[in-house]
Design a protein around this ligand. Structure first.
Ligand SMILES: Nc1ncnc2c1ncn2[C@@H]1O[C@H](COP(=O)(O)OP(=O)(O)OP(=O)(O)O)[C@@H](O)[C@H]1O
Length: 252
């Protein structure tokens, strides 16, 4: 028994050796004087796929914006790759290896697809052509339409442009705010498949999704947020199997 127990403890230890990428602790944040998040904790390890779900207005997007330096910091900490980044501006945070795809207004509509991707690499001296090719491999329709103005594309295609642009700097962590919003059902599955592939290529994902059940099915771990506070954290599967979570947050 003792040996079995020791083996189990070793196994448990080995599960905890994942490299911490993002560590949010006790985060208070909001807009101006208005506090939205209270004592939020959140972790993402290298290569992990994490989803945040919760009701409208829960503060999910505010968590993402806070990681990316777009809210008013009020307390706690955001640490990325062992460096405190709370209080940093978005352009500094991009340099650290975080890409962000907001829900709305996420492309330069008057620029072509290719120009949008080039903009994604604006902090580099030269646009790396191989990175553009990599995004075209990931999103073939963007290769076909590379000279089309992004503003004239469909919602799903614009979402691809936005994701491809955010991937141009090969971030360690990609923040995706409702990537399936407004897409037709068949395109939703396609979008989730693409996100799986990006994650399989090694990029950690932190995603907010209204399509909560599908997101929890796909991710490694999930957080349920309500009224700006953590409510539940577990593997996606365990959250889907949790009766309280289902009843309160997943529509039964
Ligand atoms: N720029 C802003 N200024 C002031 N309040 C804001 C701002 N953006 C969001 N809020 C408020 O913060 C709260 C949380 O909004 P947030 O968008 O983070 O929620 P959410 O969980 O992502 O919701 P949804 O699922 O509806 O997108 C809401 O009450 C919202 O009105």
């Amino acid at each position: 028994m003792a040996t079995e127990q020791a083996a189990e403890e070793r196994d448990a230890d080995s599960l905890n050796t994942d490299t911490e990428l993002l560590e949010v602790r006790n985060l208070d944040a909001g807009y101006g004087d208005l506090q939205i998040l209270t004592a939020v904790d959140l972790d993402v390890t290298a290569g992990e796929y994490v989803t945040i779900v919760g009701p409208n207005g829960a503060g999910k997007s505010t968590v993402m914006k806070s990681v990316f330096g777009l809210t008013t910091y009020m307390g706690g900490s955001v640490v990325f790759n062992d460096e405190k980044i709370h209080g940093f501006k978005p352009d500094e945070i991009i340099h650290k290896g975080i890409g962000y795809v907001p829900q709305n207004d996420n492309v330069f509509g008057t620029l072509t697809v290719r120009e949008n991707l080039e903009m994604g690499a604006y902090i580099l001296d030269e646009v790396p052509e191989d990175r553009i090719e990599l995004q075209f491999d990931r999103f073939p329709v963007l290769r076909e339409r590379q000279n089309q103005k992004a503003g004239t594309m469909s919602g799903g295609q614009r979402q691809m442009v936005a994701m491809a642009r955010a991937l141009m700097l090969d971030p360690d962590l990609l923040l995706l705010d409702e990537p399936s919003a407004g897409l037709a059902p068949d395109l939703v599955q396609e979008m989730f498949d693409r996100i799986d592939r990006i994650n399989n290529d090694g990029t950690a994902i932190l995603m907010v999704e209204q399509n909560a059940k599908e997101a929890l099915r796909r991710c490694d771990r999930g957080y349920v947020l309500a009224q700006g506070e953590n409510r539940y954290m577990d593997t996606g599967r365990a959250l889907l199997d949790n009766e309280d979570v289902r009843q309160q947050f997943l529509g039964g």
